[in-house]
Design a protein around this ligand. Structure first.
Ligand code: KDG
Ligand code: MG
Length: 412
């Protein structure tokens, strides 16, 4: 089974997506997500100019060999652009292999370990009434675990807080938290860690008082705290029984989590900007985290994500695979197949794509009773409608960035 065609498709329904489509001599096709928010075209070039020519004529069945070839033969290793490109190839080859076997992909990964993957949604509001309204809407949609982000008094714009309400694909309405804006320059947001640390514990106290002790609650610190500030937040959130505190410190410094861990029993999740198992080496071995947050799309695909999760399993660390709207339906399907099959599944982020995206990507997944299931079509269960995709050309879009009150650029 030889690869005869490698196409890179850029489409922008609701937001930009980069998709690799591989075709074999027998006519089977496979899709891989290569979307890197705000740097999409760098991955397009990497795939078109440096990867696609190497794939033609290769045996589509050789997933591991192709992965190792792309990773090692480049000489320059790791990094989000490289690993998103390799991920797209890996996932497209798994899609083809599962179609050739006439099975849904999760069967090739060992079969289902559960009936569905518990998903969490993003509730947010600039103040408590708006936040409560958002939590209620998510409960109505069937979510059984909810991430909480709010505005902070004195700050104008803040990560994770919805700005508007838009129509969504198949489950009604949602708040739109897509932070990348279609504009020639990145938007500037403001930040004040002390104001944030003063405000957040009261928010969780109010949410628990309103919604009770059962609902799993999550929160994303989005890389903004120093280790001691993160330790303070983790400790102050302990009474509210968090499911996790995510990205409490910038992701580059694995050692920072030692200090945080020493001071708090709030569970920690990290990894959405990691791209290899090496980023987790210290964190997993020293049990400094509780959840692996990598995206299949940004970590080289299903093959390395399975290896990371098998390593994590030895330390009772679970998955919390990244699933915001900048992971395409192809990347989400890959995550859901993997989540269904691994024993140490924890939770799956599921933000929901817009209606236009769901027309471009025809999907077989279901979301019911708070659980995601990838469906039972052979392969990933996602097909790209090329005519629809062609209607939405790329649009320049960037993630925002932060400045402190004195003008200093801060982590966003
Ligand atoms: O592209 C950046 C987003 O994916 C990121 O800001 C989303 O932090 C995020 C999350 O937890 O979903
Ligand atoms: Mg995050």
């Amino acid at each position: 089974m030889k690869i005869t065609k490698a196409e890179v498709i850029v489409t922008s329904p609701d937001r930009n997506f980069v998709t690799l489509k591989l075709t074999t001599d027998g006519g089977l096709t496979g899709l891989g997500d290569a979307t890197l928010n705000g740097r999409e075209l760098a991955v397009v070039s990497y795939l078109k100019d440096h990867v696609a020519p190497l794939l033609l004529g290769k045996d589509a069945h050789k997933i591991e060999d192709t992965w190792q070839f792309l990773y090692r033969s480049a000489y320059w290793r790791r990094g989000p652009v490289t690993m998103a490109a390799i991920a797209a190839v890996d996932v497209a080859l798994w899609d083809i292999k599962a179609k050739a076997a006439n099975m849904p992909l999760y069967q090739l990964l060992g079969g289902a370990c559960r009936t569905g993957c518990l998903a969490y949604g993003h509730a947010s509001g600039k103040d408590l009434p708006e936040l409560f309204d958002s939590v209620r809407k998510h409960l109505e949609l069937g979510y059984r675990a909810i991430r909480i982000q709010t505005g902070v008094p004195g700050l104008k714009a803040i990560y994770g807080v919805a700005s508007n309400v838009v129509a969504a694909g198949n489950v009604g309405k949602r708040y739109d938290h897509e932070p990348a804006q279609r504009a020639p320059l990145p938007a500037e947001e403001d930040w004040d860690t002390r104001a944030y640390l003063r405000h957040i514990p009261g928010v969780f106290e109010a949410v628990r008082a309103e919604f009770g002790p059962e609902l799993p609650l999550l929160h994303d610190g989005h890389h903004r705290m120093t280790p001691i500030q993160a330790a303070k937040l983790g400790k102050s959130l302990e009474p509210y029984d968090m499911f996790w505190l995510e990205d409490c410190t910038p992701a580059e410094n694995q050692e920072a989590l030692r200090l945080v861990r020493r001071h708090t029993i709030t569970p920690l999740a990290i990894g959405e900007i990691f791209n290899t198992v090496w980023d987790y080496q210290t964190l997993i071995r020293e049990q400094l985290i509780d959840y692996v947050r990598s995206a299949v799309t940004h970590t080289g695909g299903i093959s390395p994500m399975k290896k990371i999760m098998d390593y994590a399993a030895q330390y009772q660390i679970k998955s919390g695979i990244h699933g915001p709207t900048d992971i395409s339906p192809v990347g989400m399907a890959a995550a859901t197949h993997l989540g269904l099959a691994i024993h140490n599944f924890g939770i799956q982020e599921y933000m929901q794509h817009g209606a236009a995206t769901n027309h471009v990507f025809e999907q077989s997944f279901t979301f019911s009773g708070g659980l995601l299931h990838p469906g039972d079509k052979p392969g990933l269960g996602v097909e790209l409608n090329m005519d629809e995709a062609g209607k939405y050309p790329y649009q320049t879009a960037y993630l925002p960035f932060n400045r402190l009150a004195d003008g200093t650029v801060h982590d966003w």
